[in-house]
Design a protein around this ligand. Structure first.
Ligand SMILES: [Zn+2]
Length: 79
């Protein structure tokens, strides 16, 4: 098992990080999306056997192994 950082486009703002609100016929205001703090991505850290398993749960996402997890594996380990 290893940990993966899973970044999913925020549904609230469609990955833009901004929420546009119509205030009158031709006026809009924008504010940072509260769901993702204006990043446009929601980040999870979860444990899976492989990237494929993570991808099965989060088909539309960016997935990579958690940094500190891979960094803690010394080169040549397991050979
Ligand atoms: Zn958002």
């Amino acid at each position: 098992m290893s940990q993966f950082d899973i970044h999913v486009a925020c549904k609230e703002c469609d990955g833009y990080g901004l929420i546009e609100t119509r205030v009158s016929v031709d006026r809009y205001t924008q504010r940072d999306c509260a769901d993702c703090d204006g990043l446009g991505l929601i980040m999870h850290t979860e444990t899976y056997d492989s990237v494929e398993d993570a991808k099965a749960d989060y088909p539309e996402s960016f997935i990579r192994p958690t940094k500190w997890n891979t960094a803690s594996v010394p080169w040549g380990a397991g050979t």
